[in-house]
Design a protein around this ligand. Structure first.
Ligand code: SAM
Length: 343
């Protein structure tokens, strides 16, 4: 097809097609003698993908990096785009809420409350943007399950893993047809346990390859690319939210923002249950670290310091301040569970 025909066929303009070419998104064959372009079937398919991604708001550089990645499927592109849209939507909502609060101020000339509101907004934006996957979970996806050490080893963070996952299922009483969200689902080891009760399970993870692995293992699980701090879910859409071994990739301060985000998504009467690496409190953390040091277990101390094992007391205080019903337990020195029933 020549450029005019291609543009008509795709319901766009020749100018747009030339623009995409200029940006390195498409490479139609050009006649050497007159430079006329010919668009192949593959070109047309690629352009229609670009047009759809533009329609849903994706930037040209983002489209380019997606199209240049041959390992991603069309559905994975869309999943990434959905996650980006949710981030924008959540950010917009925060901005609107801030404006609403500013408008409630009696005196707009009183700078301090306005400054506090805008600082809070700025902080939220920074927190969402600054989180990076230092652990490269995409690289871990293929061997993640094999690397879960059941016993032995000088420092085994998975000591009690099965017991903790079973306890989450036991605590979260869920009936058939209800929606369970597993955040940081990884390869699906926790979320899959809710399939047998007939729940709709949605797995959220920031790692595309973890989600891919999860889908291979459990095709019934709906996977969504997303982040603890910007969940790709509408308000009050979950009957239960669970998470295992994932929240400790956020600092203690960011964990509270993640909980706030879970409270946005959970339905009234819903349940949240988190099994993760945590200490009772800072005193407990120091005591455990000292005991590892006394035993010469440097690996344990390095592992603890490389991540953000939670201070459970801080999370519990935050939750109870909000009047939520909370239960907590500890399986061993480093592994605990927090259960929340939302009013
Ligand atoms: C150690 S794995 C745990 C996987 C699984 N939940 C389990 O219990 O085996 C941590 C998972 O959390 C995900 N994760 C870490 N930080 C995250 C974040 N901020 N938002 C969403 N997922 C995150 C990682 O990509 C990874 O798949």
């Amino acid at each position: 097809m020549k450029i005019k025909e291609a543009a008509i066929f795709l319901n766009t303009t020749p100018k747009t097609l030339r623009f995409y070419e200029e940006k390195g998104l498409i490479y139609p064959r050009k006649d050497k003698s007159n430079q006329y372009r010919t668009y192949s079937h593959e070109d047309l398919y690629r352009i229609s993908t670009i047009l759809s991604l533009r329609e849903i708001g994706m930037s040209i550089p983002a489209i380019k990096s997606l199209l240049d990645n041959p390992t991603l499927s069309d559905k994975q592109y869309l999943d990434i785009q959905r996650s980006a849209l949710f981030e924008q939507w959540i950010e917009m909502r925060d901005m609107i809420e801030t404006v609403d609060k500013m408008l409630l101020q009696d005196d707009m000339k009183d700078i301090e409350p306005i400054r506090q509101l805008t600082n809070h907004l700025k902080k939220l934006k920074e927190i969402r943007r600054s989180w990076t996957d230092r652990w490269n979970f995409d690289n871990q996806a293929a061997n993640y399950d094999n690397n879960i050490k059941k016993d032995g080893h000088v420092f085994n963070i998975h000591d009690g893993y099965d017991q903790a996952l079973a306890k989450v299922v036991d605590m979260v009483q869920i009936s058939s047809g209800k929606t369970v969200i597993d955040i940081g689902i990884g390869t699906g080891n926790l979320g899959s346990r809710f399939l047998s009760v007939g729940a709709r399970v949605i797995g959220v993870d920031q790692s595309t390859l973890m989600l891919q692995k999860c889908k291979e293992k459990y095709p019934q699980i709906e996977t969504r690319k997303g982040h603890f701090l910007a969940l790709p879910l509408l308000d009050q859409s979950a009957d239960a939210i669970v998470s295992s071994y994932a929240l400790h990739h956020l600092t203690d301060e960011d964990k509270l923002f993640a909980l706030e985000e879970m409270l946005r998504v959970i339905k009234p009467g819903g349940q949240i249950c988190i099994a993760d690496l945590m200490f009772h409190d800072n005193y407990h953390r120091k005591k455990v670290i000292s005991s590892y040091l006394r035993n010469g277990n440097k690996l344990a101390v390095e592992s603890i310091e490389d991540e953000y094992f939670a201070d459970k007391s801080r999370i519990l205080a935050w939750l109870t301040e909000r009047g939520l019903f909370v239960k907590a337990m500890q399986f061993n020195d480093i592994l605990g569970l927090i259960y929340i029933k939302v009013n």
